[in-house]
Design a protein around this ligand. Structure first.
Ligand SMILES: CC(C)(COP(=O)(O)OP(=O)(O)OC[C@H]1O[C@@H](n2cnc3c(N)ncnc32)[C@H](O)[C@@H]1OP(=O)(O)O)[C@@H](O)C(=O)NCCC(=O)NCCSC(=O)Cc1ccccc1
Length: 332
């Protein structure tokens, strides 16, 4: 556990309870009117308890995804082919950690401490993106992550940057600038393999086959079984539904993959000319829920690495604390 002596602050818990009692209809109506007008909600503004709770959940999961998301690519820094690719990968992985910091800051404005968030990650209480629970077996996996997972993240983040909560939107705007650089480096590595030797192309095709289902899962369950979408879209936290984002990703990237002579492991994948929407075989949603609930191939390994890093970094955090903060509090 995060042993720097941190818990979910009691004052914040009390604040949440207090606000719950004040979720009065007039305040709620005024809040929803502001959302409808496209105004940004800022940390000091009144907000329904459920809006706060949902934002903490979503932003916290996003932050964890960035931190854990650095791990599969991070293991390739020393093995990236050539000095330039090593440098670019170091910069990219560093950016992902920076994105995690920006997002933890945004979530903290809602009253949950960073330490409580890290504790919830390490205990398995909080989720993070399904995709980072798979191994990066070859250099081609890094190219697929850098191109297609970054692309998927950009589709989601560009949309939600226009959402209602100011600190989250501002963090997303900055993240999107950096992600567009990541996409370029991923695309470059992807093209090099796709247009390289038969062995390189085969390695890329193999990585694509393995990553396709996790990427389809990335946007979340189908709209009909998405538990949070309705409320989050009403409150303009999510600016497009899971299926719409998945469709937008397919629209932008499937043609690019096919143009390179690569295939995707779904014979039903095609654009319906009449509806303008992409059709596909439903990915295995049981596998998705298994992975996001801790049963993926790398969940245990990912959390072990984070726990190790927290343990090893404890003395640094302690050294940076004010003497009065150095007492160890029980973990929530
Ligand atoms: C769209 C969605 C992901 C899910 O919509 P919601 O309305 O929130 O949920 P919904 O009701 O549809 O689902 C029901 C349950 O399923 C959970 N679940 C769903 N999908 C996933 C999933 N894929 N993975 C794990 N869990 C998932 C969901 O939490 C809920 O469980 P709960 O009730 O909490 O226990 C939303 O949370 C979002 O936009 N998040 C912000 C963006 C974000 O986090 N991006 C992360 C990647 S950043 C990146 O990649 C950068 C990078 C690139 C390369 C290298 C390194 C880094």
């Amino acid at each position: 556990m995060y042993g720097g002596g941190y818990i979910f602050d009691e004052p914040n818990r009390n604040q949440l309870r207090e606000e719950q009692q004040h979720d009065e209809p007039e305040k709620l109506a005024a809040f929803e009117e502001r959302i409808a007008k496209g105004e940004k909600i800022e940390p000091g503004d009144w907000m329904p308890v459920e809006y706060r709770r949902q934002l903490i959940r979503l932003i916290e999961q996003h932050a964890h995804s960035e931190i854990i998301g650095a791990l599969p690519e991070g293991t390739w820094i020393t093995r990236a082919p050539g000095f330039k690719r090593k440098l670019a990968l170091i910069a990219k992985v560093q950016d992902e950690i920076g994105h995690g910091q920006l997002l933890y800051n945004a979530a903290e404005t809602l009253g949950k401490s960073r330490e409580a968030m890290i504790n919830d990650l390490l205990s398995g209480k909080s989720k993070y993106s399904n995709v980072f629970n798979y191994p990066a077996e070859t250099w081609a996996d890094v190219a697929v992550i850098g191109f297609l997972i970054d692309a998927a993240a950009i589709v989601n983040q560009v949309a939600n940057a226009k959402g209602s909560y100011g600190p989250y939107c501002r963090a997303l705007e900055r993240i999107c600038y950096e992600e567009s650089f990541h996409l370029k480096q991923g695309h470059d590595a992807f093209i090099e393999l796709a247009t390289g030797t038969p062995a390189q192309k085969e390695m890329l095709q193999d990585a694509l086959n393995r990553w396709w289902q996790p990427i389809m899962h990335f946007f979340g369950p189908p709209d009909k079984s998405s538990s949070h979408s309705e409320k989050l879209m009403q409150w303009k936290v999510k600016m497009a539904s899971n299926d719409d984002m998945r469709n937008q990703f397919l629209e932008s990237y499937v043609p690019k993959i096919w143009e390179l002579g690569l295939t995707l492991p779904d014979p039903a994948l095609r654009k319906n000319a009449e509806t303008g929407r992409w059709e596909y075989t439903d990915p295995d949603w049981d596998e998705f829920f298994r992975v996001i609930n801790g049963g993926g191939p790398c969940n245990m390994e990912r959390l072990q690495v984070r726990k190790w890093a927290e343990e090893k970094g404890r003395w640094v955090r302690k050294a940076l604390m004010k003497p009065t903060e150095k007492r160890v509090l029980p973990v929530a």
